[in-house]
Design a protein around this ligand. Structure first.
Ligand SMILES: [Zn+2]
Length: 99
């Protein structure tokens, strides 16, 4: 083997950041990490769960609740506007509340 031309060979392995499983492999790269592996992927485990490493579900739920609050406020305004105002009598309209 010629000296000084080959990259360093590591046997550290690959680590899954979701479940922490480690596999021994030989590679020229260091600190290999994967977000999901066959040990924790729902396809292989058979259980239905959402693997949320980036907080996307939390962000979606936050946006959903904000949207629902906005819709409720709009609906409240709409119903308040559509309620007919109690009609003042003609005397009160002409002379104000004092009459
Ligand atoms: Zn995993």
């Amino acid at each position: 083997m010629k000296q000084g031309i080959h990259p360093k060979y590591n046997t550290d392995g690959v680590v899954c950041t979701t479940c922490g499983t480690r596999w021994q492999i030989g590679t020229t790269r260091q600190n290999l990490r994967v977000e999901i592996c066959s040990n924790c992927h729902p396809f292989y485990t058979g259980e239905q769960r959402i693997v949320d490493t980036a907080g996307q579900v939390d962000r979606f739920m936050k946006r959903l609740s904000a949207s629902q609050d906005r819709q409720a406020a709009i609906e409240k305004q709409r119903t308040a506007k559509s309620q007919p105002q109690p009609k003042k009598s003609l005397l009160k309209e002409l002379y104000g509340d004092d009459a």
